[in-house]
Design a protein. Structure first.
Length: 414
């Protein structure tokens, strides 16, 4: 029996070897689908990784801020001191001189006798003591002719630096006639002759001395001359105002209604000179100065804010239309700007007080913050009324961590 069993076992092994078990094969269409899904999965993961990396490198944010604004109706009485360093409002004066010409046609002829006029600088090289000169002080020109001062003046004494004191004064010829017209001259003071003052207190003209004439000249009616002088004042005032506005230092405000045109005069008449032309016309020249009151804009704005805002904390504010307010100087007609030290005035008009926003500080506080923390950051800025945040790409939940990638726009009113 043992032999038969062995033979059976051999037969079985031999049979199995002759008919081996073959593996089950996956159908080709199923295998192809699995490969395709795998590729799509890898592509999707790659795209997501690429977008994530791209959003990191191109992450940007834009913050649009609306500052706090308060509208007020002003009618404010204020005071200011000249060149004051103490707390409160201060003012400076701007003085600009000029002239304006106008040609008018004559309507006849008349006998004319006019005196030449000019301007001189009077110097005091005698001592540190000021020297007073009365009106009509006689000056002898280097041409031997006598001229007189138009007004009373005081010549300052020698300064601490040893430079002679000086003052500007207008002069006119003692006699009418063209022979008193001259190029610049040197002058001595006739009344000081024979005293030490004669050589130490002297004068030199600024520019030509002109306008002297005797003879027949084109005649202009009084009405035409008055109309021309009115036009000259308007033109000169506008020109000098524009010149003053162009020269205002940064940080100061010059109200249009805080400027005053003064036309120099002799015997209370406008300083108008006449030049007669060959074509029977007359050129009128009006000289004058524009006095203006300059106010420190920041101090003025904060004073207005303190008077019109409850519990104002001194924040940085400005008034966009501050130059449109109406300035009215008290006792304007009696003001002498040559020696005025204090002024009282009124400012009136509709104004907007606008709080300034520290955009750099806001940008720094937003770096790397989550979008959900945006409202919390804004609470630290009471100067902001409202703000909007836009982050690109939109799916990013945090803000950039570099200042250059956060743009802050403040919608200040014009």
């Amino acid at each position: 029996m043992s032999k038969n069993l062995f033979q059976d076992m051999v037969k079985v092994k031999a049979k199995n070897k002759a008919n081996p078990v073959r593996p089950v094969k996956t159908p080709p269409n199923i295998q192809k689908n699995k490969s395709r899904y795998g590729l799509w999965f890898v592509a999707l993961v790659s795209i997501l990784f690429f977008l994530s990396a791209l959003s990191y490198f191109f992450l940007q944010a834009e913050v649009t801020v609306n500052p706090k604004i308060k509208a007020v109706a002003l009618s404010e009485n204020l005071s200011a001191s000249k060149d004051s360093d103490v707390d409160g409002l201060s003012f400076n004066l701007v003085v600009i001189g000029g002239e304006e010409n106008k040609i008018i046609q004559a309507n006849g002829q008349k006998d004319v006798a006019t005196k030449a006029t000019g301007t001189v600088m009077v110097y005091n090289a005698l001592s540190s003591t000021p020297q007073a000169l009365s009106v009509d002080t006689r000056l002898v020109g280097s041409n031997g002719k006598i001229y007189k001062t138009q007004s009373k003046t005081v010549v300052p004494g020698i300064g601490k630096n040893g430079i002679p004191g000086s003052v500007e004064v207008k002069i006119y010829a003692s006699v009418a006639g063209a022979e008193y017209n001259s190029a610049p001259l040197d002058f001595t003071i006739l009344g000081f002759k024979g005293t030490p003052k004669y050589s130490k207190i002297y004068a030199r003209s600024k520019g030509d001395i002109k306008g002297g004439f005797v003879g027949k000249a084109p005649a202009v009616s009084a009405a035409d001359q008055a109309s021309a002088i009115s036009d000259l004042k308007n033109a000169l005032g506008a020109k000098l105002l524009q010149k003053a506005m162009d020269q205002i230092p940064k940080g100061f405000v010059l109200f249009k209604s805080a400027t005053f045109l003064n036309t120099d005069s002799l015997n209370n008449q406008p300083d108008v000179s006449s030049a007669y032309n060959p074509d029977n016309s007359v050129t009128l020249t009006l000289k004058g100065t524009l006095d203006g009151i300059l106010l420190d804009e920041q101090k003025l704005t904060k004073k207005i804010a303190a008077d019109n805002i409850d519990k104002y904390d001194g924040s940085d504010v400005y008034i966009p239309n501050i130059r449109d307010l109406t300035f009215t100087l008290s006792n304007k007609d009696n003001a002498s700007f040559a020696d005025v030290k204090n002024i009282n005035f009124n400012l009136k008009g509709a104004a907007k007080i606008v709080w300034r926003v520290d955009a750099n500080s806001l940008r720094a506080n937003l770096l790397g913050k989550s979008k959900k923390d945006f409202s919390q950051v804004l609470l630290e800025y009471p100067n902001i009324d409202s703000a909007d945040l836009v982050v690109n790409p939109f799916w990013r939940m945090s803000l950039p961590d570099k200042s250059k990638d956060i743009k802050v726009i403040v919608n200040y009113p014009n």
